[in-house]
Design a protein around this ligand. Structure first.
Ligand code: KG4
Ligand code: ZN
Length: 341
């Protein structure tokens, strides 16, 4: 049995996994930096890069130890090269190049957003392509037409904030801890989704793009008052915070559900894949399951351990490797998301 080591450091998690050729994830180690970024309410790129430098070797060692494999057992090294924070990506890439060179094994480049979708295939354990793919994370809100395991065409993306970023900012507005998604979801459990009417930006008819900045501003004004307005916002009681969280979450979910429905109908697809940190949200999961029944589509979510950033989902590298798609040791990172024609 062949094994590869996958390394992921595109944002604020330092992660490594050992994955065998049958796509079994033998170990999936994630060192979170949440405690470092918490007081800033978001990821600080310089702090993230430094933390990756400190964590990368212990995380790789731990992944090998938990998989009970040695460096000499590795057949290839896979690494996220795009998209992400440039300083963060470079740490993982440098470690991966060094290992590939020292071990004399091939290097495989992984697109992080594609890996978020591949996590759905990994979790389903059955064929899920062709499908529409939704990646909802801190950095991305993208819709893809996924033709095969490795052929993903970008068909929609956010024009401003990503869905996860909107959750993080909503949490900051409501005085809830970072990362915002889980804390807004928790607060929303005690709230009423209909208590406030927040905007749903559906954009032009047929558009598959997203926009969450108007919703974020609406929440800000409701929570803290409109600048220049004479009325002072009511005190943020536990009940009011819960209602605002629930109404905000419902607005995000409504938009995501509607865009997925549109993409499925427009592309005549019958399957939806949902990956990325926000895919861990139970309200989104329930609403998608329920709404997609009407268009006779089946939804496959990434398992929760593969939703937020991790290296296990880079099992996608096996698909590339088996097609002979390795990369040279002088490959660079590509921080931005490239909208391919
Ligand atoms: O995929 P991910 O770990 O990192 C990126 O690639 O960006 O996603 C992190 C994002 C954060 O914005 C976090 O607030 C959000 O996912 N998130 C959630 C939940 N868990 C994580 N958003 C909503 N509900 C959740 N349960
Ligand atoms: Zn991610």
């Amino acid at each position: 049995m062949k094994h590869l080591l996958a390394i992921e450091s595109s944002c604020d998690e330092t992660a490594a996994a050992v994955i065998d050729q049958d796509r079994h994830v033998l170990s999936n180690v994630v060192a979170s930096q949440d405690d470092l970024h918490q007081r800033f309410g978001g990821v600080v790129p310089e702090i993230a890069s430094r933390a990756h430098v400190r964590a990368i070797l212990p995380v790789i060692d731990e992944a090998l130890r938990r998989a009970d494999r040695k460096l000499s057992d590795l057949h290839a090294v896979a690494v996220t090269t795009e998209p992400g924070l440039v300083g963060s990506l470079l740490v993982g890439l440098t470690a991966a190049k060094t290992l590939a060179m020292a071990l004399g094994v091939p290097l495989v480049a992984v697109n992080h957003v594609h890996a978020h979708l591949y996590a759905c295939r990994l979790s389903a354990g059955v064929e899920v392509f062709p499908a529409v793919g939704l990646v909802v994370s801190g950095g991305h809100t993208n819709l893809y037409d996924c033709r095969t395991l490795v052929d993903y065409e970008l068909i929609g993306s956010t024009r401003d904030d990503a869905a996860g970023e909107a959750f993080d900012k909503a949490a900051a507005i409501l005085g809830l801890p970072y990362p915002g998604g889980p804390s807004v979801e928790r607060a929303a459990r005690n709230g009423r989704p209909g208590a406030f009417k927040f905007p749903r930006a559906l954009l032009e008819p047929g558009s598959l793009d997203f926009s969450f900045s108007g919703l974020k501003t609406a929440l800000l004004y409701e929570a803290q008052g409109k600048p220049g307005a004479s009325a002072v916002a009511p005190e943020l009681t536990e009940q009011r915070r819960g209602d605002l969280a629930a109404a905000f979450q419902e607005a995000v979910v409504d938009v995501l559900v509607e865009k997925c429905r549109r993409a499925l109908v427009q592309g005549s697809r019958e399957r939806l894949l949902v990956g990325g940190g926000v895919a861990a949200n139970q309200r989104l999961r329930d609403r998608l399951e329920e709404s997609l029944r009407s268009v006779r589509a089946k939804v496959h979510f990434a398992a929760r351990e593969f939703c937020t950033d991790n290296a296990g989902m880079a099992a996608l590298a096996w698909e590339a490797l088996e097609q002979g798609q390795t990369v040279p040791l002088d490959i660079d990172v590509t921080p931005g998301l490239i909208r391919r024609p």
